[in-house]
Design a protein around this ligand. Structure first.
Ligand code: SF4
Length: 116
């Protein structure tokens, strides 16, 4: 099985289906702003949407999504634009930090001999 077999199962891998949606078959709707909503509609019924989004998120190095110059990977992945994926990761970072803070506040201080 190829490393990313799921890609062959995506709707965007099915040229006939994608081309049904287009008047100009040379346009890749997953990389054109003018077709963003069309691409998202396809993603919304794609059987591998979760895997695709996960793969798109994993391709964003943490050092890059925090930068305003962030520029990879482009296109729609799992129904989300580049900007939406970056925002998703930033929110996730914030939620993890808040969770860690709450967890830290609830843990007894290991250096305190009176701590339960
Ligand atoms: S979720 Fe969208 S971009 Fe991803 S494989 Fe499916 S159709 Fe293609």
């Amino acid at each position: 099985m190829p490393q990313e077999f799921w890609k062959t199962q995506g709707i965007c891998a099915n040229d006939a289906y994608v081309h049904m949606m287009l008047t100009d078959q040379k346009i890749d709707i997953f990389f054109e702003d003018a077709y963003r909503e069309d691409a998202k509609r396809l993603c919304s019924v794609c059987p591998v949407v979760e895997t695709c989004l996960s793969a798109g998120l994993k391709r964003i190095p943490r050092s890059e999504y925090r930068e305003s110059s962030f520029d990879v990977p482009v296109g729609i992945w799992g129904g989300q634009t580049q900007r939406e994926r970056r925002k998703f990761l930033k929110n996730l970072d914030k939620q993890i930090a808040e969770f860690q803070e709450r967890l830290h506040l609830q843990l007894p201080d290991a250096s305190d001999p009176n701590a339960a």
